[in-house]
Design a protein around this ligand. Structure first.
Ligand SMILES: Nc1ncnc2c1ncn2[C@@H]1O[C@H](COP(=O)(O)OP(=O)(O)OP(=O)(O)O)[C@@H](O)[C@H]1O
Length: 408
């Protein structure tokens, strides 16, 4: 243990640096061990205290880092988290590199008056002191936040009356790897989301809340919900679902959105008369309500760290008020479609590992004449034993559907 009489003035001299890291719950000590008074190494001690933000962040960060190099780890699983959290055990040493700074972490414990506290010792070259305090530690706090977000179980919430209810775990398997859609469109959506995720500084600089609105439209069964699930999985967000009509009683939209939603995809359903009719609103009322809702959302200033994706799910874009589609309210419009030939290739490849040099003409002809939804495709594919079986089924659809068309 270092001599306390030496420690105190050193803490005082570094107090200003400590404040730079965070204003709340930060407490650490910098020890210069007497025997190493002229050494170039400096050790910073981060002690365990309740709600000690920095200690907890280091714990999370090192837990993630340590799995490759440590020999003894601790494991803990909290109810709200989906994964087991790994930590380093006492006396384990972990080496880390930040930019060109090499640091050594060691978990030890100290006996205080009554309790035994854990503490992380961070050792590095003295000349990096300012960068460790002002860059490395804030970086760790940021990384820890991201790890914690990723580790949390994600939920789907639905608005019932005026409260968010029935939160169920979001374990929809659809991802951008498994969804079948036009490849360029998929890439464009992923790029847009990636830009959004990386643009924290940009939103701060232009003074806008971090949110982005999408319109996803297409006939039933073409994969709108599947795309929403893929987006939420990609972003690692929750989903909040609302019917537009839920806001007709003048619910306090601001309150519902500001206080209960964090890093979520807010899905607005029932926006046109072709969607599930669960309300008595006229088309004009619906459009006016949707416009009002979007304007309120547009004017929201989200609390720090909060991010929101808004998705309007519609079966028919033509039913929507053109004012909604003007730039400013909706950032990107995405159309989901009936199966095209490239989508057919992706499906068959995914389910049966069949690759085509050229898709058979009968299939091309079929997809040109008959509108088959990806949902219908998915059902038939799961029912088919192999590609040949699937092809036969498709041809049956073809004669039935073409016959229907002729009768119309
Ligand atoms: N593009 C797709 N890629 C892979 N599977 C799909 C796709 N589209 C639909 N499916 C399959 O069909 C099912 C139903 O599709 P989904 O609910 O996403 O369609 P939707 O357009 O949201 O329909 P609705 O308008 O009726 O809500 C999905 O659970 C999935 O199994």
């Amino acid at each position: 243990m270092p001599n306390p009489r030496i420690v105190v003035p050193i803490i005082a001299s570094f107090a200003a640096s400590a404040i730079l890291i965070s204003k709340r719950n930060i407490f650490f000590k910098i020890f210069c061990n007497l025997s190493h008074h002229f050494s170039s190494q400096l050790t910073l001690v981060i002690e365990e205290f309740y709600y000690h933000e920095l200690f907890l962040a280091v714990n999370t960060y090192l837990g993630k880092k340590s799995t490759a190099s440590a020999r003894r780890l601790t494991a803990i699983k909290k109810e709200i988290e989906k994964n087991i959290a790994i930590g380093i055990d006492r006396n384990e040493e972990i080496f880390d590199v930040f930019e060109d700074i090499q640091v050594r972490w060691k978990l030890t414990s100290i006996e205080d008056t009554e309790v035994r506290l854990k503490c992380y010792n961070l050792t590095f070259d003295k000349k990096h002191k300012d960068r460790v305090l002002n860059s490395y530690l804030p970086y760790i706090m940021q990384q820890a936040k991201t790890i914690e977000e990723q580790n949390k179980k994600r939920k789907i919430h639905m608005l019932l009356g005026s409260t968010w209810q029935s939160s169920i775990e979001l374990n929809h398997p659809m991802t951008f790897d498994t969804i079948i859609m036009d490849t360029e469109l998929k890439q464009a959506v992923m790029d847009d989301l990636k830009t959004f995720m990386d643009a924290k500084e940009y939103y701060k600089r232009i003074g806008k809340a971090k949110k982005r609105a999408y319109l996803i439209y297409g006939p039933p069964g073409t994969g709108k919900s599947s795309l929403i699930a893929a987006m939420a999985n990609y972003l690692n967000y929750n989903i909040h679902e609302v019917y537009l009509s839920d806001f007709r009683r003048g619910e306090d939209i601001r309150n519902l959105l500001l206080h209960y939603i964090t890093r979520s995809v807010l899905v607005i359903k029932g926006v046109d008369s072709k969607t599930e009719a669960t309300d008595n609103l006229t088309e004009v009322e619906k459009q006016a309500l949707l416009l009002k809702l979007l304007r309120v959302i547009n004017g929201l200033w989200l609390p720090r760290g909060n991010e929101l994706i808004i998705v309007i799910k519609s079966n028919d874009r033509e039913m929507l008020d053109p004012t909604l589609l003007m730039p400013g309210l909706i950032d990107m419009q995405i159309q989901t479609s009936y199966c095209t030939v490239p989508m057919f290739e992706q499906f068959v490849n995914r389910y049966f590992r069949v690759f085509f040099r050229k898709v058979p003409e009968e299939i091309e002809e079929l997809l040109e004449k008959v509108k088959v939804t990806p949902a219908e495709f998915a059902v038939e594919l799961t029912r088919s034993s192999d590609y040949e079986d699937f092809r036969k089924k498709l041809c049956q659809i073809r004669s039935a559907e073409i016959g229907k068309k002729m009768r119309r």
